[in-house]
Design a protein around this ligand. Structure first.
Ligand SMILES: Cc1cc2nc3c(=O)[nH]c(=O)nc-3n(C[C@H](O)[C@H](O)[C@H](O)COP(=O)(O)O)c2cc1C
Length: 185
């Protein structure tokens, strides 16, 4: 199985990074091939034409040479996902939101990237801890628009990170070994 961690985190240390490393370890221990996809270098959606560009008919972005095409290809190839983001302003990080904005348009009428595939949603608020639910809700909406099967939701902050990090590890490992959402264990 190809497991893809799609991360909105720009940092290579700190809470969110440690959680994403835990997800990577869970996927490896579950026997998956795993990659972490980061998105800071990608551009935003240019909202072509009157609201739709080539994304609607051709399912690709006309500005895709910025790295979007390569990232889209990685998503197509993957079998299961973890979306992980620091909480910024009660939402997902801008890099992840911009990528999802473009990908959602390309997926319209095609359902190739996420449809029927399991996804674990992880939000990590670091300051007040506020905004965890609104961030998870935003990722929930994207997942539903693209037909992903939501495996679980995990909110992780400064004062629960010990046991929630373990939860992320176990959830990803369970997904990597083929556990399906909706099946009683
Ligand atoms: C622009 C910005 C907005 C943020 N907004 C929130 C927020 O709404 N709620 C919160 O608890 N933390 C907020 N934070 C803190 C991050 O969520 C926190 O840095 C990250 O999730 C986890 O910590 P880490 O940086 O050690 O990975 C914000 C940070 C930045 C840079």
């Amino acid at each position: 199985m190809n497991y893809l961690i799609i991360s909105g985190n720009p940092k290579r240390d700190g809470l969110c990074y440690s959680v994403s490393e835990e997800a990577r370890r869970g996927a490896l221990d579950g026997g998956a091939e795993v990659e972490v996809l980061t998105l800071e270098k990608l551009d935003r959606c240019h909202v072509c034409g009157n609201g739709w560009g080539t994304c609607r008919e051709e399912h690709t972005c006309v500005f895709g040479d910025d790295g979007f095409n390569a990232a889209q290809g990685k998503v197509w190839k993957a079998d299961a996902f973890c979306f992980i983001t620091p909480v910024y302003w009660g939402e997902m990080a801008e890099s992840l939101k911009c990528f999802f904005d473009r990908l959602r348009r390309c997926e319209f009428g095609q359902s190739r990237a996420f449809s029927g595939k399991p996804v674990l949603l992880v939000a990590s608020p670091g300051g007040t801890g506020n905004g965890m639910l609104t961030c998870l809700e935003q990722m929930d909406r994207f997942s539903r628009h693209t037909g992903a099967i939501i495996f679980d939701y995990i909110g992780i902050n400064r004062w629960n990170s010990d046991y929630k990090r373990r939860a992320v590890y176990e959830a990803v490992k369970a997904m990597a070994t083929g556990r399906e959402a909706g099946k009683t264990i």
